[in-house]
Design a binder for this molecule. Structure first.
Ligand code: GAP
Length: 560
């Protein structure tokens, strides 16, 4: 979520309920174990969703690994080099000790004993309200949760996903009148129907621990029912082997990144890659989130697409900036362009102790609007991870760079040994799909099909549809032939539909909801002059092209 100062005025958010309903109705996303009432934090992809997700994964794979950065040179003037890797969900438990996840991958959890509601203590925010004609309130000197308010004696507690108070926007869609860098934001808003100034402040953990008995539950508004916050490790545990003893405990990976660090030397030693180079890993990660929410945004099982780009420490800042900018550009090209997408550089106090730079690509989801939610983090991780694995495993992680170091009398080089620094663009695949679904969802009551999905043709799960205008006069046969031709060429990229049921208007409407960019209609003229109608999903406009040009037309539009 972003600093209020960075937040631009935005159009009314799209309805998340409408998007979720369409996702279910058209088979993009279903709740996992739906017929048993679902299981919180787990989502499955239906036929359209599975292909949409595959297309996004493939686009990442292509643009990050196989032809990195669309063939552009890096800041060193050389083509960017990356290789793939595929590592397992279950790794040796020591991997997670070395990475710090066993000791530190915790969220502070609080339960409401009355409602059985649960929340993350760091999501709790207190609001201090004052009448609008009184001086603006300040938290200085105020005990936590004392309300300076037009309705005295009532505390306000708010739950938010924001990591920081300055990321408050999105809680109630309020526009700040002032924000301070100390983590407070002043809003003009209504409290109990009266205009008030509200100063929101994140509840410090010490205050929460000391005063949890007095803090009103965000579920009931009454104090006294909250448990003391306790640390909860987000890694799912399992047992490896039949005995299921304490010695057999293993973890489901909470990120794909560590698999890359563990194999850094294996990859460097077995391939011809030379520094700088990247290793990409895509796969499922698990986090036992305290409060999974917002559709797939915060799930307990999700896929990540992570690249670790290793380079000489002296070049790391340049590479950090390069990847940060490329990743922003990539999301734009995939269809998230416009004011719903921002790149946010972390403040110094948000950085991990080992990081000297992190940026987030953030998207304005309907449920975060007018604020933003993280889609991808691009972090300069220094040599933290390789150092940790070297220390914990005893394996040497140093790289011998034969293109650097002292020049020997014979003209060769001695080589420089160092622990490379690492830039990590870490994207969420499921979050990417969700952002694409939200961005694509369009409502236009003036159209015969008011809801349609404006997918970028590259990720659209159905690439084209072929319709005989009527099911007779030889039209179905021509449609079948065109369908077979397009399917043979494009099956790797998505479906080609062929449908002769219902009116042509209804068939267009079905394809609009599925986000199919182009429909080709075979009609009476086709039989005479070998042309077809192309109907554009976004404009509804139609044109005629030769039937022999259809395949090239589709290829051009999807960037093949
Ligand atoms: N290796 C670094 C790392 O894992 P992260 O910010 O924790 O960084 C990277 O995760 C991305 O993974 C996030 O930007 C987000 O898109 C996705 N992600 C993280 N937790 C998630 C969750 N519970 N549900 C869905 N996606 C999640």
């Amino acid at each position: 979520m972003t600093d209020p100062a960075n937040t631009t005025a935005s159009p009314a958010p799209k309805s998340m309920d409408a998007i979720m309903a369409l996702c279910k109705r058209r088979g993009f996303i279903f709740q996992a174990s739906d017929i048993y009432g679902g299981i919180n934090g787990f989502w499955d992809y239906g036929p359209l969703g599975a292909q949409l997700k595959k297309n996004l994964r493939d686009a990442w794979w292509q643009d990050m690994i196989m032809r990195p950065c669309w063939g552009a040179n890096g800041p060193n003037g050389q083509p960017v080099r990356c290789v793939p890797l595929e590592t397992r969900i279950i790794q040796h438990p020591k991997v997670w000790e070395a990475s710090g996840h066993v000791a530190g991958f915790n969220d502070p959890m609080v339960d409401d004993k009355e409602t059985k509601g649960r929340f993350r203590a760091d999501h709790l925010i207190g609001a201090f309200c004052a009448p609008i004609d009184a001086p603006a309130p300040t938290t200085a000197g105020l005990p936590a949760f004392t309300i300076v308010s037009s309705t005295p004696g009532e505390a306000v507690t708010i739950l938010t996903d924001d990591k920081k108070l300055r990321k408050l926007l999105g809680v109630d869609g309020l526009e700040p009148v002032a924000a301070s860098s100390s983590g407070q934001a002043l809003f003009k808003c209504e409290y109990k129907g009266k205009p008030v100034h509200a100063l929101f402040a994140q509840v410090p953990m010490e205050t929460l621990k000391a005063q949890f008995g007095n803090i009103p539950s965000p579920f009931t508004g009454k104090p006294g029912s909250l448990t003391e916050p306790r640390q909860f490790n987000l890694m799912f545990k399992t047992y490896v082997g039949a005995t299921a003893s304490q010695d057999d405990i293993a973890y489901l990976r909470p990120e794909t990144a560590q698999g890359i660090f563990v194999h850094f030397k294996n990859v460097a030693d077995t391939t011809r890659v030379k520094m700088p180079f990247g290793i990409g890993n895509v796969g499922t990660s698990f986090r036992n989130e305290v409060t999974p929410r917002n559709f797939t945004f915060r799930s307990r099982e999700f896929e990540q697409m992570e690249l670790e780009f290793f380079c000489h420490p002296d070049e790391s800042q340049e590479w950090y900036k390069f990847w940060r900018d490329f990743r922003m550009e990539w999301w734009k090209r995939i269809g998230l362009a416009g004011e719903n997408l921002i790149l946010r550089e972390h403040d110094k106090d948000e950085l991990s102790h080992y990081s000297c730079g992190t940026s987030d690509v953030e998207y304005r989801f309907p449920f975060t609007a007018p604020g933003f939610g993280e889609l991808e983090g691009i972090a300069h991780r220094g040599n933290f991870d390789l150092t940790q694995h070297q220390k914990h495993s005893g394996a040497k992680m140093e790289y011998n760079d034969t293109e650097r170091g002292e020049i020997l009398p014979n003209g060769g080089r001695r080589g420089e040994r160092y622990l490379p620094h690492c830039i990590e663009p870490a994207a969420g695949l499921d979050r990417g799909v969700l952002a694409i679904l939200c961005e694509a969802y369009t409502k236009d009551e003036s159209r015969p099909s008011p809801e349609f999905m404006k997918f970028n043709p590259r990720v659209a799960p159905i690439k084209a549809a072929v319709f005989p205008l009527v099911g007779k006069d030889g039209m179905p046969e021509v449609a079948d032939k065109l369908h077979a031709e397009l399917s043979a060429r494009f099956w790797r990229l998505g479906a080609i539909e062929c449908d002769e049921k219902q009116t042509i208007g209804k068939r267009y409407a079905r394809m609009d909801e599925a986000g199919c960019p182009f429909c080709f209609t075979i009609d009476g003229d086709t039989l005479k002059d070998q042309t077809v109608t192309v109907r554009d999903r976004d404009t509804g406009g139609q044109q005629r092209i030769g039937i022999d040009k259809v395949s090239a037309f589709v290829a051009d539009k999807i960037g093949e």
